[in-house]
Design a protein around this ligand. Structure first.
Ligand SMILES: Cc1cc2nc3c(=O)[nH]c(=O)nc-3n(C[C@H](O)[C@H](O)[C@H](O)COP(=O)(O)O)c2cc1C
Length: 388
């Protein structure tokens, strides 16, 4: 259930509904009277495909909508949450439909405050926010930056995409709480000259999804990313590198205290022996490049006496499962995730998880979803691995 209260950021809540609906969630929108001064209910109705509620006195079939509506939902999220509404929540006031539903709910409540920076800094708001947290209500944000009123400071609502992952992160189980997870992602970039390089089609989507899923599972996550066009996942320490050698150095510097290492990056197998200092000129004839093998980062980590739980990824264009299992045994990995090479760079993947108990094939899914399944599997195996 999305509660929308009276603030400029109410227009961003329309995007929030769209994102949730696209993920397959059912969203019931409840608006305060003030919210309707900013965005019309018709917008939310059209995006959610469900009636928008705003009236405490429209009692529904059973006459008890004021308590019934928040009974069958997984969570109530109030975004934007106005200073006024936060004050009402703090004091348990219930003088409109949304505040009554919040008070009568039996599910988690999350609020995304949005207000002018001085309203946010006001001692009354500070007190109210501290009380909400003490009452077990999750406060998402706010962010800092330019405000609708033209001032700059803290109080902006966090962006809809961030609300989406923060809500999921709050609600998901935390099998990796207290664990440190190190993930590599993306391609590497092996220079040939100042402007050219050996690269590959990896987008970093899978590695970033694994890092985000491990974060959502409660882990403290470090991501070592090759050059990608993706934003770093929120709350994930991200180190950017270019070459395989830089990636190896970054991984080695982060290994201490790492419980789980997930090597998702498509590390170039070869690099130029001597990258040219000047741009290589076309002379019409064939060009000879001498390539040296790059270090095998995963094998190097897995071979250490104090190796963390190591997970590899293998993309193969033929004999996927045979090649992947051979790679898993060669590198001595408890888990290897096999991926058809055609999935590299695409938004979807269909993965096979290879471990000591055999092959577990996952259905095709967006990488954000597959990443979550992989992390669930890792968490299960890790618990077992750690015990033995
Ligand atoms: C143009 C305009 C913008 C406003 N923006 C905000 C805002 O961003 N955050 C906020 O807390 N209040 C804002 N307010 C004040 C609230 O709309 C007002 O406190 C209202 O009573 C909130 O009602 P509700 O909490 O029931 O939705 C704004 C008011 C106006 C007129």
């Amino acid at each position: 259930m999305l509660g929308v209260t009276g603030g400029i950021a109410a227009y961003k809540s329309a995007e929030l509904v769209r994102l949730w609906v696209r993920q397959g969630h059912t969203v019931d929108v409840v608006m305060t009277a003030a919210a309707k001064a900013f965005v019309g209910p018709v917008t939310f109705q059209a995006l959610s495909g469900r009636p928008v509620r705003d009236d405490l006195w429209h009692c529904g079939d059973g006459g008890m909508d004021h308590i019934a509506l928040s009974r069958n939902v997984d969570a109530v999220i109030v975004a934007p949450a106005s200073a006024d509404f936060i004050g009402k929540l703090t004091h348990g006031l219930a003088d409109d439909l949304l505040s009554t539903l919040c008070l009568a709910r039996d599910c988690p409540l999350l609020v995304a405050p949005a207000m002018n920076r001085q309203m946010w800094e006001n001692p009354a708001t500070r007190r109210n926010i501290a009380q909400l947290r003490a009452d077990g209500i999750a406060v998402l944000g706010p962010a800092s930056g330019e405000q609708a009123c033209g001032e700059v400071g803290e109080g902006r609502m966090i962006e809809p995409e961030e609300i989406v992952w923060r809500v999921e992160s709050q609600l998901l189980p935390k099998p990796l709480a207290g664990r440190r997870v190190l993930v590599t992602s993306g391609p590497t970039y092996e220079p040939l000259d100042p402007v050219r390089a050996i690269v590959n089609r990896s987008s970093g989507r899978m590695g970033h999804a694994i890092a985000a899923a491990a974060r959502d599972a409660g882990a403290e996550v470090t991501l070592v990313s090759g050059p990608v066009a993706l934003p770093p996942p929120g709350d994930v320490r991200t180190l950017r590198v270019e070459t395989a050698a830089e990636m190896l150095a970054a991984v080695e510097s982060e290994l201490d205290g790492t419980d789980i290492f997930v090597s998702v990056a498509a590390v170039a197998d070869y690099r130029s022996e001597t990258p040219s200092e000047d741009k290589i000129k076309r002379d019409g004839g064939p060009l000879q490049l001498d390539l040296l093998p790059n270090p095998d980062i995963l094998a190097a980590v897995a071979a250490r006496p104090d190796a963390p739980f190591c997970v590899g990824f293998a993309a193969e264009s033929r004999d996927l499962l045979d090649n992947a299992e051979a790679k898993r045994r060669r590198k001595g990995l408890p888990l290897l995730v096999a991926n058809d090479a055609s999935a590299i760079g695409s938004a979807e993947s269909s993965l096979h998880l290879l471990d000591d108990s055999g092959i577990h094939s996952l259905p095709p899914a967006e990488k954000a979803i597959s990443g979550r399944w992989v992390v669930e599997h890792i968490a299960r195996l890790f618990t077992h691995w750690e015990r033995h």
